[in-house]
Design a protein around this ligand. Structure first.
Ligand code: SF4
Length: 396
């Protein structure tokens, strides 16, 4: 995909054009006037040259009260804390900050932005799943999904990267390659946009686009902002990081935090098959992965979740079950089984209900805690492994 950008007015109204893409189809940019593909403006700029005109404005979503205070020299000193509290409440205009005097609000609006990204599309599945497509200031698109369980608990599945470098063979995002890491502010914005759309969120999982251990600094800061008692005050017990199995990252999280739950996208405990499906395995063998998981459990006292995307005829047979049972032996883990969600162009098959049940039964007979995940959000490309699909669809 070739993505080209041009600034159009002030953020978030900027222009995005895909090669061979019909602008009229893209309702999210209906305010923008397309630049003809052969225009001189177009030819003068390549994607890497383009800088969105935000340099003179500071985006507030990724800042702590101390950083806001230092950056804007606000008086009295509690002003920064008040602004921070308004941001956590999700205000979208400085005028909504009713306890801030008018002069300060005007000063802020001249030099700061409340958001750097914008929601370009909201998709709702009849099963209650919501997917937001969010356009970042440089024109890249990410996706955030809301899942609601039977008890009505709302979980935001948040992205930490635009695209992903890990190339898992069964995952739509892995086919995109890595665009870039998200900033802490962009991650906080995903959360705020989803709360606006769906109401108060109960949980966050870093299980959207991207590999969290490749962007742990931004995640650390976003989590510190979202869990801050002065701000949104989300409990760290409500936050889960899901990795494809980067061993160093697991030790880092265990030793230096932030406190959160850990899930491993294991898929299979067959080393050779895992190498085929998840190239990360080559540098992070299963023996080392198991040691790291055991260390995390011991160090944090938290049970870990092992996730397996089930691919018919690949990782659902007796041998696969035995290898998974052997891997889980001695570890305090839950096993989440997720029947693979179809991705156009990928040559895998979703297992039948009987195939899934039979695999789950084999694990349960070995006394493992097994949870069969309901498939949700498939109709809107919001199910596990499908994120990034709308970017592909836009190109066609
Ligand atoms: S499963 Fe996760 S780590 Fe693997 S390619 Fe997809 S987003 Fe990246």
């Amino acid at each position: 995909m070739t993505l080209r950008n041009e600034l159009f007015g002030q953020p978030p109204f900027f222009m995005v054009e895909y090669e061979n893409y019909n602008f009229a189809k893209c309702k999210s940019f209906s305010n923008a006037t397309p630049v003809p593909f052969n225009s001189s403006l177009w030819k003068q700029k390549r994607f890497s040259d383009i800088k969105i005109n935000m340099s003179d404005k500071t985006v507030l979503t990724g800042l702590t009260p101390e950083e806001i205070s230092t950056r804007f020299q606000l008086k009295p000193s509690f002003r920064a804390k008040q602004i921070y509290e308004w941001i956590a409440k999700g205000v979208e205009s400085f005028d909504e900050m009713t306890n801030i005097d008018k002069a300060t609000r005007e000063k802020l609006s001249e030099s700061a932005l409340l958001r750097s990204s914008s929601v370009s599309e909201v998709l709702k599945d009849p099963d209650g799943t919501i997917k937001l497509q969010i356009t970042l200031h440089d024109g890249r698109a990410i996706e955030t999904v809301l899942l609601t369980d039977k008890e009505g608990r709302k979980t935001a599945c948040v992205s930490c990267q635009a695209g992903c470098a890990m190339k898992c063979a069964f995952c739509q995002t892995g086919q995109l390659g890595l665009g870039r890491n998200l900033t802490a502010g962009e991650i906080v914005e995903e959360f705020l946009y989803m709360e606006k759309e769906a109401g108060k969120l109960d949980n966050i999982v870093f299980m959207g686009m991207g590999e969290p251990f490749q962007n742990l600094d931004s995640i650390r800061k976003a989590v510190s902002i979202l869990t801050d008692p002065k701000g949104r005050a989300l409990s760290s017990r409500r936050i889960t990081l899901s990795t494809c199995g980067l061993v160093k990252g697991i030790y880092e999280l265990a030793n230096n935090g932030p406190k959160m739950r850990l899930a491993i996208s294991l898929t299979t405990a067959d080393e050779e098959l895992r190498k085929e499906l998840m190239p990360v395995t080559a540098g992070n063998p299963l023996s080392e992965l198991k040691k790291a998981i055991a260390y995390f459990i011991e160090k944090t006292g938290k049970r870990v979740t092992l996730e397996a995307a089930l691919l018919s005829g690949k990782n659902t047979g007796r041998e696969s079950a035995d290898r998974l049972i052997a891997f889980a032996k001695g570890l305090d883990v839950y096993i989440n089984l997720i029947p693979w969600n179809p991705v156009p162009g990928l040559d895998f098959t979703t297992p039948s209900a009987d195939e899934v049940k039979s695999f789950a039964k084999m694990l349960e007979q070995a006394n493992l805690n097994v949870n069969l995940r309901t498939r949700r959000g498939e109709k809107i490309g919001g199910a596990c492994g499908q994120l990034g699909r709308s970017q592909t669809l836009q190109e066609t």
